[in-house]
Design a protein. Structure first.
Length: 199
């Protein structure tokens, strides 16, 4: 009976090692931030440079994505879209995923082009004006442990930008942790078998 349970534990540990569940290291849905035009203060350390962004959403005069709390209009109210950026310390050799929601401007204002960067990885997204909030991801594996930037910028400047929400960064744990777990389970099996033989 013990061997059957132990074998099940080893199989589960092996499955965990292969799936390597991600761990969230950063998360912001902007709900803790105050809605305002030309936002400059953010609870989770964002900065805005070379232009402006707005914080729209529930309870504000601008709420084009009802039911999504607060979110960022990537083209503020100064006719110049700002660069919204943040930074995080990452460990060399780990796989990281930046996940974020983008939506079109919802105001019949044409398409928006959004440049997104995570470390040294860059992607561009073209959001049609009626596009619903959709989740996108970017993967990055740093070769050096350091502080890396992640950023979002709407091209142009017409005071009607794409919307950003639900930004998270997750890390996949190193396989070494699972290898150590399997080694420990194997050692337990050896001790148990030896004890049974002595009996």
């Amino acid at each position: 009976m013990f061997l059957r349970k132990f074998s099940s534990a080893v199989v589960l540990a092996a499955m965990a090692a292969s799936s390597q569940a991600a761990v969230t290291v950063f998360s912001d849905n902007f709900d803790a931030d105050r809605t305002t035009n030309n936002a400059t203060q953010f609870v989770h350390g964002w900065t805005v440079s070379n232009g402006t962004v707005d914080l729209d959403g529930q309870g504000f005069v601008h709420n084009e994505l009802p039911g999504n709390g607060h979110y960022v209009d990537l083209d503020g109210s100064t006719m110049k879209a700002g660069l919204l950026s943040n930074s995080i310390s990452l460990t060399a050799g780990l796989d990281y995923t930046l996940s974020f929601g983008l939506a079109g401007n919802q105001r019949n204002w044409g398409n928006d082009t959004v440049d997104v960067s995570f470390g040294n990885v860059h992607h561009t997204y073209v959001m049609h004006q009626a596009d619903a909030l959709t989740t996108y991801t970017i993967d990055f594996k740093p070769t050096v442990s350091a502080v890396y930037q992640f950023s979002f910028q709407n091209r142009g400047g017409d005071n009607r930008g794409a919307f950003l929400d639900n930004v998270t960064i997750s890390a996949v744990p190193e396989p070494d942790g699972y290898a150590m777990l399997l080694t420990g389970l194997a050692a337990m099996l050896g001790l148990t078998v030896a004890a049974r033989r002595r009996r």
